[in-house]
Design a binder for this molecule. Structure first.
Ligand code: SAM
Length: 286
């Protein structure tokens, strides 16, 4: 994949050569080009990259990344993108309502303020993250579907133009959660994404060890165990969740479960499906 990162201004060639070398040496990067005319740093990378290392290298070398940068190529939508046929009309009134209910339930259980850095895991078109953005310091939107992120980017672009949000503290990443390693996130939240994730234990361990600050919080909203009918013909890795089992997986990932609650029910195809929220806290020390 290729990321074209706009910076405020590029430096002279010798300086650029050393920055290129530093970025090239990062895991997963196989090409770096710096365009002095367009003030762009162009990075070719594989799935193994950790994008925050690239942002850090740019910052360490005195480059200011322009606000609202997107990392990944949402123009390229692969055949394997499970959401490519759904993204365009994702934002139905029902989904918008579902996101609002989740945010409202989350805010009953945790405090979010303008000092908090948050990450929306499986953000899709950003229904949850965009609702939360005005309340917090910064939001990282992360999703592995370029099609969904494409819709999000268009929405963010319009919102930035209308000054509804400040673009400075918004980052969008197309990819898997293991691309993100910062240990400075106060709250990771995720709505209806977890049942699409194969290896939940690995995701929890990564979030706990590499993303959350000590004392940071993970909030998940998803379906309670169902008979597989929610997705119709489509097969997903998990037909909802058994809450005690999920809680145990969180505890195995060094997180303490603080709250579980069934907060919503959805009518779909003549059936009723319940949604739960689970809030877990990473230990204070480490
Ligand atoms: C059902 S949608 C929910 C989107 C959004 N959270 C919402 O509530 O509208 C699930 C999202 O999770 C994303 N997803 C699934 N597996 C993922 C993974 N391993 N890493 C990142 N995103 C993932 C999908 O691409 C999709 O956008």
């Amino acid at each position: 994949m290729r990321a074209v990162i706009k910076v405020d201004r590029t430096n002279c060639c010798i300086f650029n050569n050393s920055l290129s070398r530093e970025i090239s040496e990062l895991n997963g990067v196989y090409g770096v080009n710096i365009d002095n005319y367009k003030n762009e740093v162009i990075v070719d990378y594989t799935d193994e990259v950790n994008v925050d290392e690239i942002y850090s290298k740019l910052n360490e070398n005195g480059y200011s990344v322009m606000p609202g940068q997107f990392f990944g190529n949402a123009d390229y939508i692969s055949e394997q993108d499970n959401f490519k046929n759904k993204a365009g009309d994702w934002d139905s009134p029902m989904k918008v309502e579902m996101a609002k209910k989740f945010v409202s339930e989350m805010l009953k259980n945790i405090n979010l303020g303008n000092e908090n850095k948050v990450l929306d895991y499986g953000c899709g078109t950003g229904l949850v993250g965009m609702e939360v953005a005005p309340l917090v310091k910064s939001v990282v939107f992360l999703d592995n579907s370029a099609a969904m992120v494409n819709v999000l980017e268009n929405k963010l672009g319009k919102a930035f133009e209308k000054h509804e949000y400040s673009s400075e503290n918004i980052k969008v990443i197309i990819g898997d959660i293991n691309k993100y390693i910062t240990k400075d996130i106060d709250v990771v939240f995720s709505l209806m994404a977890l049942h699409h994730v194969e290896d939940i234990q690995a995701a929890f361990e990564h979030i706990s060890a590499n993303i959350l600050k000590p004392g940071g919080i993970l909030v998940i909203g998803d379906l309670k165990e169902e008979n597989g009918s929610f997705h119709g013909e489509e097969k997903v890795p998990h037909n909802g969740f058994n809450i005690p089992n999920l809680a145990q997986q969180l505890e195995f990932s060094e997180m303490e479960v603080i709250t579980t609650n069934t907060y919503n029910s959805i009518q779909k195809n003549g059936n009723e499906y319940e949604q739960f929220i689970i809030v877990a806290k990473k230990q204070q020390t480490n």
